[in-house]
Design a protein around this ligand. Structure first.
Ligand code: PNS
Length: 162
């Protein structure tokens, strides 16, 4: 059984993340979406909220969703994964992603990082920008799943655009 770990903050999940999960499912038997609990980025959504939203979005029993803390490589080993999935959108992602991949390789030489590119229309999309647009009342309905759109509206208490 080939298991890949797809780690991230997912604060919140976007359509770009969902697109990457679909692509990973074509290559691996199972994809474990691993949401970082103790991110230094001060998340908008609690870990319970992020787990709940992610689980609501999953339609395949081949997708597992859970949280992790500590080193990603330790979590990947504990789950029996041999591959880490990361998304690459633009050149600007590359340096950060390369550094992480190389550090993870240093820590765990048997783990491979596989980069996947989302659909073109999501190549500019990030959780950070989604939050920025949502807090100002902009339309994010094409960028995130419905449950996330509603959760953002509740967080920011903005009127519905639809
Ligand atoms: O969605 P993000 O915030 O870009 O995801 C970053 C993440 C969670 C993949 C990264 O911060 C991570 O793996 N953190 C766990 C701690 C760790 O293993 N650090 C060393 C890897 S360089």
């Amino acid at each position: 059984m080939r298991l890949a770990i797809f780690p991230g903050s997912f604060d919140p999940i976007t359509n770009g993340h969902l697109d990457l999960i679909d692509r990973a499912l074509k290559m691996f038997d199972r994809v474990y979406v691993a949401i970082l609990t103790n991110t230094s980025k001060k998340p908008l959504f609690t870990i319970e909220e992020r787990l709940g939203m992610m689980r609501e979005c999953q339609r395949s029993e081949r997708v597992l969703v859970g949280s992790f803390q500590g080193l990603l490589v330790d979590f990947a080993h504990a789950q029996g994964a041999a591959v880490i999935i990361r998304g690459l959108r633009a050149v600007s992602d590359f340096e950060y992603e390369l550094q992480m991949a190389m550090m993870n390789r240093e820590l765990a030489p048997n783990l491979e990082t596989v980069f996947l590119m989302p659909k073109n229309v999501y190549s500019y999309l990030s959780s950070r920008l989604v939050k920025e647009v949502a807090v100002l009342g902009g339309d994010i309905s094409k960028l995130v799943p419905k449950n996330v759109e509603e959760a953002l509206k509740r967080k920011f208490d903005t009127p519905s655009n639809s």
